[in-house]
Design a protein around this ligand. Structure first.
Ligand code: 5GP
Length: 176
């Protein structure tokens, strides 16, 4: 069990299962990009642990960079259009893999992809650790999905509740 502020979270996805699934996604990406030099664009902060575990299992020459979008407010999505901040690498003509922690409404990732496409990458795919299909509000192509989960609030392995809870190896879910 995990308590953060006023909320209690219970175990949901074990570290072992996460690592196993990340290895499977890396195998897929290694196959799809074996003759390319992709640029991983990591959406801060939630995707950092996932991105690090994934990145070290890639076997082709590859690069990593980071961007930030305006953050999620506590347990409810703001639904506002987000600005991309801090992307330091040019992505024009690059094979970009966007790495996200979780796709909920899909509005954040949709904005990120729309804005990245304006810079004309050679290709753009998405890797997300978690996906809540029931919450999705816009059409999105998700190329590499770790786990499809029900529409509940999760923390851990990079994901936070009000800034805390990111530093765990397992993923926890808000207890009902
Ligand atoms: P979306 O725009 O898809 O609704 O939200 C995506 C962002 O909201 C994620 O990158 C993440 O920061 C946050 N988010 C969505 N669902 C959850 C959740 O269950 N737990 C946590 N900690 N963050 C979430």
């Amino acid at each position: 069990m995990l308590t953060i502020h006023d909320k209690t979270f219970v175990p949901f996805i074990a570290a072992r299962d996460i690592q196993q699934r990340v290895a499977e996604l890396a195998t897929q990406i290694n196959r799809d990009y074996h003759d390319k030099q992709p640029l991983m664009v990591v959406v801060l902060k939630g995707a950092v642990l996932f991105a690090a575990d994934l990145f070290k299992q890639l076997t082709m020459p590859c690069e990593i960079t980071f961007l930030r979008v305006s953050s999620y407010q506590k347990t409810a999505s703001t639904g506002h259009v987000r600005q991309l901040l801090g992307l330091s690498e040019p992505i024009t003509d690059r094979d970009v893999i966007v790495v996200e922690d979780i796709v909920d409404t899909g509005l954040t990732l949709g904005d990120v992809c729309d804005q990245l496409r304006e810079s004309r990458p050679a290709s753009l795919t998405v890797a997300t650790l978690l996906f809540k299909p029931e919450a999705l509000q816009r059409q999105l192509q998700l190329d590499y999905v770790g786990f499809e989960i029900e529409n509940r609030f999760v923390v851990g392995y990079g994901l936070d509740y009000d800034g805390l809870g990111r530093n765990t190896k397992d993923i926890f879910v808000l207890s009902e």
